[in-house]
Each structure stands twice: as structure tokens, then as C-alpha cells.
Design a protein around this ligand. Structure first.
Ligand SMILES: Cc1cc2nc3c(=O)[nH]c(=O)nc-3n(C[C@H](O)[C@H](O)[C@H](O)COP(=O)(O)OP(=O)(O)OC[C@H]3O[C@@H](n4cnc5c(N)ncnc54)[C@H](O)[C@@H]3O)c2cc1C
Length: 460
């Protein structure tokens, strides 16, 4: 239970210059930045091993104007990135925050590569919806587990302590709202009392808290939550108790292509490269290129909340760069057939209807009846593949409002002096709708705000 207690002159047996709650991407990046700025950080993590939603993700971070893009001849600028972010969220996100993170992301990735040895490269062989340049950057396995493992290794190499199996439950503040420390529960029932000069909240959002999801995102109340279960909304609960402003609590990242019942993410490259989704009747029901986030609710509105993602062997070859996709194949989630009729038999949808859907797609009318533009997509060729999928909630995008130093802001607009937020703990740049989520907005604020928060906390 997240709570705040007010204690004047509280004293603590242990003191950290910068305490950081959460050891996902945001917390680990904040720790590296705080240490580089000369402070001694301590990371506090409830799990035995840092994983977070970061480990569940594809680990792809959008950034513009990077050297990896330059090497591939990809023309891109932070201005173009800002325009894409604003367009996807229909100008509902805080424009200053959008500018801040879009400009900070590229330098942050180059710093992680140069100072901490993370071997990023840019995904250059397919487009992500809403990005007008190829700007998603990832590590060799294209997995978030590699990202969090490499960040943890960098933190350990700097001898920054990570206190694991420590569940922060209580913030201690003085009457002026200055954070003095926190209490963390240990598995043996004991409680650590840790003082701090500054505190960074990097404990993500409220996707794992069913009551908060039902209140703020009712359309996904019954959906599978695909993120880290330990993300219970503690940052917003503490923030609200301290008079902090929260914003866009309905904003979130959903995904309309999670293999069911296997529970494996099927990359949206399947759609962007020319695949499509059908329902149990074998019929398409949407423009699949709008974005995977809003597609979660769209798929869940179809009968039984089920769809089939359909693509071909060429697209499958592109998707194999993702560990998740390879796992899906290994687990038998990716079905294969030479004809639409044979595929229909495998997935148990009406053969005539699926054949008609294939024929309709092959006509490549642009735009089609759902508004999809097929002009850039290559026609599908046999063998064909299908994956049974459902819609899921990945993470929440609403959260604590922060300023240009990642300081948490009160409802009256003033900043709390020594409280910072990054990643999913902070309100992101997606606005209040699922459709505002541009691919990578999650790790964008984890990495960009994590670095800013770590630096600013060290200086506070
Ligand atoms: C399947 C999936 C795929 C995704 N793919 C992408 C992608 O490719 N690109 C992208 O940008 N985003 C993606 N996302 C979103 C992305 O994973 C998150 O936005 C990002 O990881 C958030 O980082 P974080 O550090 O804020 O949180 P997390 O990585 O979740 O870390 C938070 C940590 O805080 C800990 N914690 C929570 N409460 C407490 C407490 N009270 N005390 C101590 N510790 C606590 C948790 O245990 C956790 O380790 C994806 C998400 C999912 C679920």
C-alpha cells in the first residue's frame, strides 16, 4: 500500500544521495546519469532481479538524427520526430515535454553506447506506424531483456548498489513536501528505512493495478495485462498524496497482436509490411496501419475478442529478427498453408470468406473501404501464415506531470523540490487516447527522462 507520512526531522540508519525506486530502463538510466553527475545513487527494486516491463518489451527506443541512422543514410531530425509525436497524439500531449524528449533521445542513446557499451543499431528494414523515418533503435537481440540486462551490467560496473527484494511502500516527507526518505518492505517482514537527498520515481505506471485500470481505462478492464505485474501505480498514488498533478490517466499502450493463448507479442511489422487481420468470420474489420496500440480495443470488440494476423513468408523472414517472433514459431503459434482455403481450414474460419478477403486485399484499392493505403505494400505470396491473436494492455501512459528537469509538479504548477519521475511513472507524450501512442513512446520517456532525472536529482 503506497502511502506518504509526514515526519519533521526524521532520521534514518542509511542515507543515499539519490534514491531511485524501480530498476527498469528508467531507474537504471537515472542511476547511471546520477553517478556520472557526481552523486552516489541507490536503486531500490521490489523484484529479486531487475526486469520490469522493460524486459518484456522489444527494447526499441525511437531517436532522431543518430549516428546509426546517418550510417544507414536515413535522413531524420528531432524536428521531424516532434512533428510525428504531435501528429499521433493529435496535439494533446504537452508540447514542451514532446520537444524535450525528442531532442534528448538521440544523445541519450549515443551516451549509453559510448560511455556504457550498449551496441545499438537502427531497425532499417521496415516502417513503424506514424514514424516518418526509420528511427527505432535496439540491441542485437531486439529484446528488452537484453536492454535491462546490459543496463544492469553497466550499473554494476559503476558499483552502483541495487537493493533488490525491497518493496518501497512509504515515502517520508517534511511539511514543506520535501522528501526525506522512504521505507521498503523486505521478504522476511523487516523494513528498511532509507534517507535520501533526492528521490527518483522510476516504478512505472498502474497497468498491474486492476482497480486503477478499471477506473481510468475501462475499455481494457477485462483485457490481458501484458506488462510487469509489480507496476501497481505507486508513483501516482504517492504523488497524489503529495499534491502532485497527474495527467492523461486514460492514455496507454495497448497492442492488437498478442498470440493467444501463447501470450507472445507478434510484431506489427506483420501488418506494416502488407499483412492484414481478419475476425472469426474471415473478414477484415479495420485499417491495420493506424497503429497497434489502438488496435487492442478494436480487436477486443470483435467476436470473442479474437483476430488472426495474416502475412506471408517474406514478412515472416523480416519478423525473425525479433526473439519473440522466433519463440512464437517455436511454440507453434505461426500456422502455415499454401492457399487461403487451406489457411482457413487451419484457423477454422469460413474458407469462402477468407478467400474473398485475400482477393479483396490483392486488388490493392487505395484507399480501401477502411481507409488503408495499399500502394506501398508488396502483394502477399504463398506460403501464407496466420497467428491467432487478441488485444492486450501493455502499459499505461498517464502519470505524474514533470517539468523540464523531470521534477514532479504540483497541481498549482510549482515543482516539488527533490522529487523526480521518469519512464512510466511520469505522464508521457501520448495524450489521453490509446491512438496517441507512437511506437516507442514508452522507452522514449524511460531513457530520455531517466537521464534528465538522474542528472537533476544529483544536482538538487
Ligand atoms: C510486451 C511489451 C512490449 C513493449 N515494447 C516496447 C518497445 O519496443 N518500445 C517501447 O518504447 N516501449 C515498449 N513497451 C513499453 C515499455 O516496456 C515501458 O514503457 C518501459 O519499459 C517503462 O520503463 P520503466 O523503467 O518506467 O518501467 P519498468 O521497466 O516496468 O520498471 C519499473 C520497475 O519498478 C519496480 N517497482 C514498481 N513498484 C515498486 C516499488 N513500490 N518498490 C520497488 N520497486 C518497484 C518494478 O518491479 C519494475 O522493476 C512494451 C511493453 C510491453 C509490456
Amino acid at each position: 500500500m503506497a502511502e506518504v507520512v509526514v515526519e519533521e526531522g526524521a532520521d534514518f540508519p542509511a542515507e543515499a544521495e539519490v534514491a531511485i525506486v524501480g530498476a527498469g530502463a528508467a531507474g537504471l538510466v537515472a542511476a547511471l546519469a546520477a553517478a556520472e553527475a557526481g552523486a552516489a545513487p541507490l536503486v531500490i527494486e521490489r523484484d529479486p532481479v531487475p526486469r520490469g516491463s522493460t524486459a518484456l518489451s522489444a527494447g526499441l527506443v525511437p531517436a532522431a538524427g543518430t549516428r546509426w541512422q546517418h550510417e544507414r543514410g536515413i535522413a531524420d531530425t528531432p524536428e521531424l520526430f516532434v512533428a510525428d509525436l504531435r501528429k499521433k497524439a493529435r496535439d494533446t500531449a504537452d508540447p514542451a515535454l514532446v520537444e524535450l524528449v525528442a531532442r534528448a533521445a538521440g544523445p541519450a542513446l549515443e551516451w549509453l553506447a559510448d560511455a556504457h557499451g550498449l551496441p545499438f543499431s537502427v531497425v532499417h528494414d521496415f516502417d513503424y506506424p506514424g514514424h516518418s523515418a526509420r528511427r527505432m533503435h535496439g540491441l542485437p537481440s531486439r529484446s528488452g531483456s537484453e536492454l535491462v540486462d546490459r543496463l544492469r551490467a553497466a550499473v554494476e560496473a559503476r558499483e552502483i548498489p541495487i537493493l533488490t527484494e525491497a518493496h518501497a511502500t512509504t515515502l517520508v516527507a517534511d511539511r514543506a513536501g520535501r522528501i526525506r526518505g522512504l521505507f521498503a518492505a523486505r521478504p522476511d517482514g523487516s523494513r528498511e528505512r532509507i534517507g535520501c537527498r533526492a528521490l527518483v520515481l522510476a516504478c512505472n505506471g498502474y497497468g498491474g493495478n486492476k482497480a486503477l485500470v478499471a477506473r481510468h481505462i475501462p475499455e481494457l478492464a477485462g483485457a490481458i495485462y501484458f506488462g510487469h505485474p509489480g507496476n501497481q501505480g505507486d508513483a501516482v498514488l504517492w504523488g497524489e498524496a503529495l499534491g502532485a498533478a497527474v495527467r492523461h490517466m486514460s492514455g496507454h499502450q495497448g497492442h492488437g497482436s498478442v498470440a493467444h493463448p501463447h501470450g507472445i507479442l507478434i510484431t506489427w511489422a506483420t501488418m506494416m509490411e502488407g499483412g492484414f487481420q481478419v475476425n472469426l468470420a474471415g473478414a477484415r474489420f479495420s485499417d491495420e496501419t493506424h497503429g497497434y496500440s489502438e488496435q487492442a480495443a478494436v480487436v477486443l470488440r470483435e467476436p470473442e475478442g479474437i483476430a488472426f494476423s495474416i502475412f506471408d513468408a517474406r514478412i515472416a523472414a523480416i519478423c525473425r529478427q525479433f526473439e519473440d517472433f522466433r519463440n512464437a514459431e517455436a511454440q507453434g503459434a505461426v500456422l502455415t498453408a499454401e492457399t487461403p482455403e487451406a489457411l482457413a481450414a487451419l484457423i477454422r474460419v469460413p474458407a469462402a470468406a477468407l478467400a474473398e478477403t485475400f482477393a479483396e486485399v490483392a486488388r490493392r484499392v487505395a484507399p480501401d473501404r477502411f481507409g488503408r493505403d495499399w500502394s506501398k505494400a508488396k502483394p502477399l505470396a504463398p506460403p501464407y501464415h496466420a497467428v491467432r491473436v487478441t488485444g492486450a494492455l501493455f502499459h499505461t501512459q498517464g502519470g505524474l506531470v514533470v517539468d523540464d528537469r523531470a521534477r514532479v509538479v504540483r497541481t498549482d504548477g510549482t515543482a516539488l523540490a527533490n522529487l523526480f519521475a521518469a519512464g512510466g511513472a511520469a505522464c508521457g507524450v501520448s495524450g489521453p487516447e490509446a491512438s496517441g501512442y507512437l511506437s516507442g513512446n514508452g522507452l522514449l520517456t524511460a531513457v530520455a527522462l531517466g537521464r534528465l532525472a538522474g542528472r537533476a536529482a544529483a544536482a538538487s
